[in-house]
Design a protein around this ligand. Structure first.
Ligand SMILES: NC(=O)c1ccc[n+]([C@@H]2O[C@H](COP(=O)([O-])OP(=O)(O)OC[C@H]3O[C@@H](n4cnc5c(N)ncnc54)[C@H](O)[C@@H]3O)[C@@H](O)[C@H]2O)c1
Ligand SMILES: O=C(O)[C@H](O)[C@H](O)COP(=O)(O)O
Length: 314
């Protein structure tokens, strides 16, 4: 029997009907119902037997891919494929699909939520009240402030749309120039990364993790930012150099940062990482940006359609 390995929790929750469409085509569904990512060794054993994998952030590196002798297709339950060695997939003829746009509004809404939370100390103040305090910190408003969006793809555009509604001035940077009508639609001005770093009050990262974007925001870039700047990273760990971020926050070079991602997830508990995570002007969430009911249902359907298409392609 040919098997489709499915690891994401969203698929286990909402995918039983969609999974039947693959069963009708003769595939057995091996769905991870644990609610947690599979341990690496368990994932590897299951992957080696699979014809298709609907994967979350599970690592599909060269060593494992070369052992997956039955594997025809991988569908990323989301968009970021930095966990999959794409060049080895190409060499081995393993097709790779991703669910473009299905989670982009979910990520944009979390991004905007983090901007408000970081600017108004919502998390640290709620924690203070939970431990019987009644501190009253003063924060910053978003209205009439400049937001710099680095990466103007599906998520960046949703962030721009919401930021417009809040009354922010929207500046964008992308490696590809946006067309004038698209800029007009999002009421956005195209500029350079350096201009965004120097001039923006809120800076939000929405590029993929690649060799070009690793450490895109590090010591030099923090020095360029305003000391009132708020940085949001709901893209990938490693695009913002976390040690440089720790130094910048410790030295009050920026106002605050909120991050949904970390280079290693969960973060390795080194002393400086613990110190960073405890800082009042730093918010860390556990890579939850894509996890809304709406986004997970959308992604289940799209991932299933793509898997069927890839398995049927000659
Ligand atoms: N936190 C989460 O749960 C979560 C969820 C979804 C996506 N993401 C991350 O967000 C990223 C963006 O997602 P998306 O759906 O908007 O993807 P997308 O492909 O629609 O947009 C990415 C944009 O980045 C631009 N880009 C790529 N490299 C660049 C560079 N070096 N400099 C400037 N621009 C560059 C591309 O041209 C593109 O416009 C994903 O790759 C993923 O890593 C995170
Ligand atoms: O790139 C994405 O779409 C998401 O960051 C990623 O896939 C989240 O994966 P999850 O932890 O929800 O499996």
């Amino acid at each position: 029997m040919k098997t489709i390995l499915v690891t994401p929790r969203g698929y286990a929750k909402y995918g039983s009907k969609a999974g039947k469409r693959l069963e009708v085509l003769g595939y057995e569904m091996d769905v991870n119902h644990t609610g947690r990512p599979l341990p690496k060794d368990v994932f590897a054993e299951k992957a080696k037997r699979a014809s298709g994998i609907i994967a979350g952030v599970d690592e599909l590196n060269e060593e494992l891919l070369r052992k997956c002798r039955h594997l025809k297709a991988i569908v990323k339950f989301g968009v970021g494929t930095d966990n999959i060695d794409l060049s080895v997939c190409e060499e081995l003829g393993i097709k790779v699909g991703r669910c473009i746009g299905t989670n982009s509004n979910a990520v944009a809404e979390l991004t905007i939520g983090m901007m408000f939370a970081a600017a108004r100390h919502i998390v640290s103040n709620a924690m203070n009240v939970k431990s019987h305090g009644w501190d009253k910190p003063t924060g910053l408003e978003l209205f009439h402030k400049k937001i710099g969006i680095i990466g103007f793809g599906n998520i960046g555009k949703h962030v721009a749309r919401i930021a417009n509604g809040i009354g922010m001035e929207v500046l964008i940077y992308d490696m590809f120039d946006a067309a004038q009508d698209v800029l007009a639609e999002y009421n956005a001005k195209q500029t350079s990364v350096n201009h965004i770093l120097k001039e923006c009050d809120f800076i939000s990262i929405h590029v993929p993790l690649t060799e070009n974007t690793k450490d895109m925001i590090s010591t030099k870039e923090f020095k360029m930012m305003k000391d009132t700047a708020v940085l949001i990273n709901a893209a990938r760990g490693g695009i913002v150099n976390e040690y440089a971020l720790y130094k910048a926050l410790k030295n009050k070079e920026i106002y605050a940062c909120a991050s949904d991602v970390f280079t290693t997830e969960p973060p390795h508990r080194e002393p400086w990482v613990d110190e960073l995570i405890k800082m009042d002007h730093f918010i860390q969430t556990a890579h939850i940006a894509s996890r809304s009911v709406e986004s997970e249902i959308n992604t289940v359907n799209t991932a299933t359609n793509i898997m069927i298409q890839l398995l049927q392609d000659p």
